[in-house]
Design a protein. Sequence first.
Lengths: 137, 142
Amino acid sequence: MTGVWVVLAVLAAATVLGFLLRGRDGRVRRSKPAADLPAQVRDLIDPASPVTLVQLSTTFCAPCRHTRVILSDLASRTDGLEHRELDLTDMPEVATSLKVLRTPTTVAYGPDGAELLRVGGVPRRDVLVEALRPHLA
Amino acid sequence: MSASQIDPRGPRFGAWITTVVLAVVLATGWWPLLAAQTVVFAIGGFLGLQHAPYGLLYRRFVAPRLGPTDEREDAAPPQFAQTVGFAFALVGTVGYVSGLTVLGTVATALALVAAFLNAAFAFCLGCEMYLIIRRFAPATGK
């Protein structure tokens, strides 16, 4: 009988985890500036653009595709906003130095390479636009 | 690696079956069922999703009732998740068979959490955590 209780406890825990993960999805976080920006990321930042969104993806990430669609559309409609994508599948060391644990993670950089904010999971368009507004003005 | 596109409802259907199977294993500790699930994971993960047993069930019996969809998703993420499931199910089976019941229970419970999140929340834990997995197993073959 204990086995059934174990199953129920595991499913309850998984349900809580599911709602937590769903709640975190698309939330904007302000992050401390990274000391050393990896060259792969630095090369992507457009020094002429006020904000570059660097989307970190892997081959094995289904929501990365949705994120790509949202961000490339947003960037094409927004002045001063660029979107780049970096596939970390074969460079986990870049993920380590950026402290990225899940994909997609989108990091917004200023023209000088300063990290402005980051978003885990599929970004919510309105939330992201609001958070980027002061940096695009 | 195949760049093939699949009906995203297929892996969701498979995740529900996997959830039920793993729940039964966890409740009963009946290791032959976990061994069978390990084989199912291995087929989907290593031979490709087009051979995955639950995928065959989906295409044969479920898809015709649901009707066609234009929605497509990349096959690589769910296929990778099958190999992660395989690793956990294998450890779980070894645990139950060798008498390390705690190991079997923990591995099965973790696999159940991942399958349930996939089924109920469409959240592919193995896919999003690829970078963490990669840190522990740097030589993951593709």
